[in-house]
Ligand binder design. Structure first.
Ligand code: FAD
Length: 626
């Protein structure tokens, strides 16, 4: 009979005394019993049920906020009880929609498969705990005389996961990272935020864990939450210290404070597998012989001017450098590596008081007496309700905005992105002459502010209009807007801002600039002077439409910050679908966001993991099916 899945089980927030996300509370058991038409809920054995997804539904159409559960039933466990359960189980089959027969294995991610394979090779162990498969690290003894030497450039999620797979499978892996380990990186970021000292090689973008470390740590992804690969990444994060709730939470989130120890555990595990970390070491060039990458040229990124240039030989190079390593793109171009420009998005970061977003999303929370105590808890990040967020999107066609310039030949989309409830706006520049921002939060999401990118997509038409050509046109576009932002802010990392109401009216915000979470200071500016008019018009139009969906979104207390440019990679490095190898340079494996194959922490990790498997296969490291 196997496993069955029950979805859309709604439990009122106030009736749900579950201690954590994985709990089968009494209220949930009641809901399960209703669906199963089982008369006595308390007779159902909680151990037969596993929560696999839990998310909050606080839409206004709901009378009250509810947690929506998806639960899996181990039917064998039910049948093994001395209950006359078979009757009702046999009645379930026709009720498809609410109940789905799940052909297990539920967790069968590639990392697990790999571990099982390794077990055959060298006796690694695979365990099952609480219904979840998980892998225990193997002692690595790949039975070849000479291990292939792999350089993984970059220790963001893509680099770390490819290193993990390769090291587990027996390669001799070195991670080369221009930034610092999380301990020193934390001090460098502190100096930036407090004393305005930007270390060009150790900052919000560069350093151990990559761009995702001092981030919001949202683990949402558009590549399919239930895919084996995503589950394998999530289980691995849990293994290194993430809370188990990320496996079931509809919108899993870690926060910077949880990411740092997680990365330290990740590093320790990799070191136990024999991986070498070279922090403060920048790859400046590739060593190429007979059209094949045979190594890298590195220098110490701690020393300026660059010194200690060193040539290191490897059998293959995984390039996981993220999309802020513009020098790497330039270097690839100098070797005629194929680079293809691609669409991305630019705009501003909008910030509201968190309380305003909470009240927009669910006015009941703050008006009813019953809810008011909880509202306080929620604001401090302690309550059971997650801090409210939002996601908005608007397609702007040519007809939606006035004038011939408008929205470009095919229109464009404007959307919110990387929303950080209870977070803060941070500086993600890697060069003091360029200014760009993003958002981060801590696990409790307890700050007074809610920020999100509000961006409009840009494409080849925009590059051409600004006379930017070639594969790096998008990079140049980003750079141009970032320079404008630095100038408009007046230097010293001060960010140009305008209230949303003034932006809509095209007037400078003067005395009325509300406070911002951005620590390095803001300066009133007219953000209409920023982008070409069609981008500004698309933003104006979309904001007025978002107001219809989220009344109160347009507010004197909502502040637009300039500029958000690094939403995704402005180019792609083509690679072969099967081998993950660059189509133009053998021995080079471009992965993750910088190569144009990911758009966030989880998708970058998944891409790195797949590339690790593909490279291992190319090297003949893996014997089983992959
Ligand atoms: P990166 O994480 O960018 O890692 C690349 C690494 O390569 C860096 O550590 C860099 O120092 C190193 N490197 C670059 N060039 C060289 C060189 N020449 N030599 C040696 N090393 C080099 N995504 C989410 O999914 N959720 C979020 O909540 C989220 N919040 C974010 C908040 C902020 C502030 C930022 C900046 C990004 C956020 N993102 C978030 C995006 C996410 O961080 C990226 O999508 C993800 O980190 C990309 O992973 P990656 O491994 O491809 O590259």
């Amino acid at each position: 009979v196997g496993f069955w899945r029950l979805s859309k089980l709604g439990v009122s927030v106030y009736n749900d005394p579950g201690k954590d996300f994985l709990d089968i509370s009494d209220a949930l058991l009641q809901e399960i019993a209703k669906v199963l038409k089982f008369p006595v809920a308390s007779m159902l054995p909680p151990e037969a049920f596993t929560v696999i997804r839990k998310s909050l539904d606080a839409r206004k159409s709901q009378k009250e906020p509810k947690f929506m559960y998806t639960v899996e039933i181990d039917v064998d466990k039910l049948l093994s009880l001395e209950l006359r359960t078979w009757d009702f189980i046999s009645r379930l089959e026709p009720r498809i929609g609410l109940i789905e027969h799940v052909l297990h294995e539920r967790v069968s991610g590639d990392l697990i498969g790999m571990a099982q394979d390794l077990k055959k090779i060298n006796g690694a162990t695979v365990t099952r705990e609480g219904g979840h498969s998980s892998y225990e690290g193997s002692t690595n003894s790949y039975p070849t005389t000479k291990k292939p030497k792999i350089a993984v450039v970059g220790s963001g999620p893509a680099g770390l996961f490819s290193a993990l797979v390769l090291a587990e499978l027996g390669a001799d892996v070195t991670i080369i990272e221009r930034g610092e380990g999380v301990e020193q990186r934390g001090r460098d970021i502190g100096a930036l935020v407090v004393r305005r000292i930007l270390q060009p090689e150790s900052n919000f973008c560069f350093g151990e864990g990559g761009a995702g470390t001092w981030s919001d740590g949202k683990l949402v992804t558009r590549i399919g939450r239930n895919s084996g690969s995503v589950l394998a990444v999530m289980e691995t994060l849990v293994r290194f210290g993430a809370p188990k709730s990320i496996l079931v939470d509809g919108k899993p989130h870690l926060g910077t404070d949880r990411l740092i120890p997680l990365l330290q555990n990740f590093r320790r595990h990799l070191q136990e597998l024999g991986v070498t970390f070279r922090f403060g070491t920048r790859v400046d060039d590739l060593l190429i012989e007979d059209a094949f990458v045979v190594g890298v040229k590195v220098s110490s990124s701690r020393e300026i001017p660059r010194s200690n240039s060193q040539k290191l030989r490897y059998d293959a190079v995984v390039l996981a450098v993220g999309h802020s390593a513009r020098d790497v793109y330039q270097m690839l171009l100098s070797h005629n590596v194929d680079l293809v420009r691609k669409d991305f998005a630019v705009g501003f970061r909008i910030e509201h008081p968190q309380e305003l977003i909470n009240s927009i999303q669910d006015p009941n929370r703050f008006t009813s007496v019953q809810y008011s105590g909880m509202a306080d808890e929620v604001r401090r990040g302690r309550g059971k309700l997650p801090v409210a967020d939002y996601k908005v999107v608007e397609y702007v066609s040519k007809d939606d905005v006035d004038g011939p310039s408008t929205s470009g030949p095919t229109g464009r989309s404007c959307y919110s992105f990387c929303m950080c409830p209870g977070g803060q706006v941070v500086l993600t520049s890697t060069n003091p002459a360029e200014l760009c921002i993003n958002g981060m939060s801590f696990s409790r999401r307890a700050s007074k502010w809610a920020n999100a990118a509000l961006v409009v997509n840009v494409s080849s038409n925009d590059f051409d209009a600004l006379n930017l050509h070639g594969p790096l046109a998008g990079v140049e576009l980003q750079r141009e807007f970032e320079r404008r932002a630095a100038i408009m802010g007046g230097g010293n990392f001060v960010v140009p801002v305008q209230t949303v109401t003034d932006f809509l009216e095209n007037k400078l915000s003067k005395a009325n600039v509300p406070p911002s979470s951005y620590r390095l200071g803001v300066k009133a500016a007219n953000l209409h002077d920023f982008f070409p008019v069609h981008i500004t018009e698309a933003l104006q139009y979309s904001i007025s439409m978002f107001e219809k969906e989220l009344p109160g979104f347009i507010s004197n207390n909502a502040l637009l910050h300039g500029v958000e440019t690094r939403t995704s990679s402005p180019l792609q490095i083509p690679r072969s679908g099967d081998t993950y190898e660059s189509t133009s340079l053998k021995g080079l494996y471009p992965v993750g966001e910088g190569a144009g194959y990911a758009g966030g922490i989880v998708s970058a990790a998944v891409d790195g993991m797949h590339a690790g498997f593909a490279l291992a296969k190319n090297l003949g490291l893996h014997r089983g099916d992959m």
